[in-house]
Design a protein around this ligand. Structure first.
Ligand code: MRU
Length: 372
């Protein structure tokens, strides 16, 4: 089966190209947008042509790679220090595109640090700086897929074990609910939470997947449903507000969602509506998991109250395809919410599950010490 992808990067010597799938048109149209550098990538991230925490970071980094390669590599800079300064300036600009997902800012810190170290290395040239940065950007695609496959393996065992520990999934197959889109369209490929569902399906351990439509932007109805149908995974689309009723009907053995930023105690920012599912899952004693690469962990923030929450345009709520469908009323449209750590059964990463904190803090997670 041909794998879905949202980011296409290719390089041939001194020329590189980056194309992003125009996700705002899915599932009705497939259109690719050429990205010639950081400005175009900033717009594509802000407008949500590309979205999903890992995909945002990868698209931004590759836009810098395209900019560096197509403008002559190191030859455009007078010195290694000037080349490093350009990398820093462009990455600082790109991180201003969307505030909640931390993956982009972690990638920016890594690329800026790499450029600075390369510029200081003995015998450094502007070309050695740009070469190292472009190499690191290109590696992000393959690294992300490997991380997602690993998360899929860890997550599939964790979901099944936690469901069975609660007397669910006695057939050896789990029914899983997910929110938003965390699949191939939100990453380099395969996905995080949707990667866990893919892994369960590949192992014959998935009974059924339920995807929530994810109002107001409909990433679930438009994107996750598209991915599930593409892969032939047994699945059903529900309204966000039907999730608790589905749980009450005994149809859900586990919930798995992605994340945009996970604070040091495990509090998790993810698409608006995630918190509602966590509360409902807790009420029904259903294990609620978060799946995210370690690049979504933010050890610098003590807890979720410090996570910046993006608020998007009222039109996303009041309009549908440019047509007003709501009365003319003020709107609050936070794009994300924060699920408190005590509602989370486990945080699945490519390195395995994040351990719980010790002693009286055991309803939170030891992100900081685990990453150190
Ligand atoms: O606004 P979006 O579509 O970028 O929000 C995406 C999510 O909330 C995802 O769950 C999260 O980024 C993880 S994607 C692997």
């Amino acid at each position: 089966m041909e794998s879905l992808e949202a980011i296409r990067f290719s390089r041939n010597g001194d020329s590189a190209s980056l194309a992003l799938l125009e996700q705002r048109l899915l599932p009705l149209q497939t259109q690719w947008i050429q990205i010639d550098g950081p400005k175009a990538a900033w717009n594509a991230i802000y407008d949500m042509t590309v979205r999903g925490a890992p995909a945002i970071a990868i698209a931004a980094a590759l836009s810098l790679a395209v900019d560096l390669v197509n403008n002559g590599g190191g030859a455009q800079f007078d010195s290694p220090a000037v080349a490093a300064a350009h990398v820093i300036e462009q990455m600082d600009f790109l991180v201003t595109s969307r505030p909640t997902a931390v993956n982009l800012s972690i990638a920016a810190t890594a690329l800026k640090g790499l450029a600075e170290r390369e510029a200081r290395a003995a015998g450094a040239t502007a070309t050695s700086v740009t070469g190292a940065v472009v190499g690191a950007c290109q590696a992000m695609l393959a690294d992300d897929v490997a991380a997602n496959k690993s998360m899929g393996r860890h997550g599939s065992y964790a979901l099944l074990a936690a469901s069975q520990a609660r007397g669910r999934a006695s057939s050896g197959r789990v029914s899983v609910l997910t929110h938003c889109n965390t699949g191939s369209l939100a990453t380099a490929a395969y996905g995080t939470a949707l990667g866990v569902i893919r892994a369960l399906h590949e192992q014959g351990r998935l009974e059924h997947a339920y995807c929530c439509e994810t109002r107001p932007y409909n990433q679930g109805a438009r994107l996750t449903a598209y991915e599930l149908v593409h892969d032939g995974i047994p699945s059903t689309l529900i309204c966000d507000s039907a999730a608790a009723a589905l749980m009450a009907a005994g149809k859900v053995d586990a919930v798995v969602v992605g994340a945009d930023r996970i604070a040091a105690n495990g509090d998790t920012a993810n698409k608006i509506g995630t918190y509602c599912h966590a509360v409902a899952a807790h009420h029904h004693d259903i294990p609620f998991f978060v799946a995210a690469p370690t690049t979504t962990l933010d050890p610098d923030l003590d807890n979720g109250t410090f996570i910046p929450i993006e608020e998007r345009s009222p039109e996303e709520v009041t309009h549908f395809k440019g047509q007003r469908v709501a009365a003319d009323i003020p709107v609050w449209n936070p794009s994300f919410d924060v699920t408190p750590a005590p509602l989370i059964e486990g945080i699945i990463t490519e390195r395995g599950l994040v351990p719980r904190a010790a002693g009286s803090a055991s309803n939170s997670f030891a992100v900081r010490s685990w990453l150190a």
